[in-house]
Design a protein around this ligand. Sequence first.
Ligand code: PMP
Length: 334
Amino acid sequence: MTRIFNSFSDLIGNTPLLELHNYRRNRQLGARILAKIEYFNPAGSVKDRIAWGIVKHAEEAGKIRPGDLLVDVTSGNTGIGLAAVAASRGYRTKFYLSDNISPDKVKLLRLFGAEIVTVKNEFFLDPQALDKISLRVQEENPGAFFTDQLANPANPRTHFETTGPEIWRDTDGAVDIFVAGVGTGGTISGAGGFLKSKKPGLKVVIAEPAEASLPTDVNPYPDEIDGVHKVSEVPREQLPRNFDSTIADEVIALNTSDARKTAQSLVAEEGIFAGTSAGAVLFAATQLALRPENAGKIIVAVLPDTGERYLTAAGEPAVSVDTAAIRDKVDLHS
Ligand code: PMP
């Protein structure tokens, strides 16, 4: 029997769940951590899912036709996913990005043929920034289709229909805790919502950047965790519409350096090179796995993209190449 795929969109989803055995043993974690490795998606991130979900929905509703321009605000991965979907289905793309996102993502966006408009990172300090940028995108691009990842319901719905069910299927319903970060809120609200609908006792936990990892008036360019935002103590109207603020049972805050160190440990101990927000999610999962009450439980951690997307990060290098030193320190495979 042949196994031939017929289009880019057929390659999206069904990403693997990898149990982090070495990582668990090295820290004597009571709980089991399963990493959902989203860089297996065809354009390299979890965002391929919503890119296709949004385009498919717009096509079915008769809102777009080949040749049309798709526009959005993105920290990179959604843009790359949309540009890839656009290439395979005949659309054009234009994206608004803050000027501190990883240069690797900017290069990829150009390579995929997207037009780019950069926005100063200070702009996002404005409490009304999300509404203002959405308005600007629409005003500057009359006739274009605004994919609107922050508020388009096709975003969380895609995770409700794909990411959540895949985790349920692949753990045979044994998942106890689901951990992810929040950019648009699509992953946590959609996949978390699906898993809670199946198992009401399941815990949903958010990994969020701590204060030191956030831009301020004094320091608008700190070393940020690309793609994720703070959600606790943020007024509802300043959160993305696609974020269901009732979904989380707990929020764990951490610094960018903790996220990077955790990503380095993951590559050193398991050979999985994931991005900074993946490091953040795994850091939070590790805190949960250390708690005695979670012994024996199954934690699923979403790793949104690959570390290759941050090799030439805007600030300090995403990964300093001291993996060998980490390996020397940790008693691996004992
Ligand atoms: N991590 C990275 C690297 C991302 O690009 C995003 C999306 N901005 C997220 C995490 C968060 O995903 P979501 O938008 O589904 O909340």
